[in-house]
Unconditional design. Sequence first.
Length: 110
Amino acid sequence: MGCVFCNIASGEQKADIVYQDDKIVAFKDRAPKAPVHLLVIPRKHIRNLNALEESDAELMAHLMMSLPAIAKEQGLLDGFRTITNTGKGGGQEVYHMHFHILGGGKLHAM
Ligand code: AMP
Ligand code: ZN
């Protein structure tokens, strides 16, 4: 079976994309858990944080450094929450690494 997030990155699968460049894609979560709920993925298929290799460092830095601008562009001017679920123990459902950006309302304290 193919990877749904690889298919979104390639354009084969429809998604509401809010930002993309040569390394990453950001799109709206299809089951939003906050007024603004985005997913940010690397175009490269990496399962999760446990699968990172040393050579992914630059890509990961780019992804992390891009989060604030993506959040601001979606109206999250006073802050946002970032979550990434890793593996079964982390409740990961889609095994293509993604960072949730949540905000736009009152979030529960963690
Ligand atoms: P998790 O792996 O636990 O971080 O959860 C996967 C997230 O991806 C969930 O919040 C889903 O709603 C979201 N999701 C799954 N498939 C799609 C899709 N095709 N388009 C947008 N969001 C998706
Ligand atoms: Zn993938």
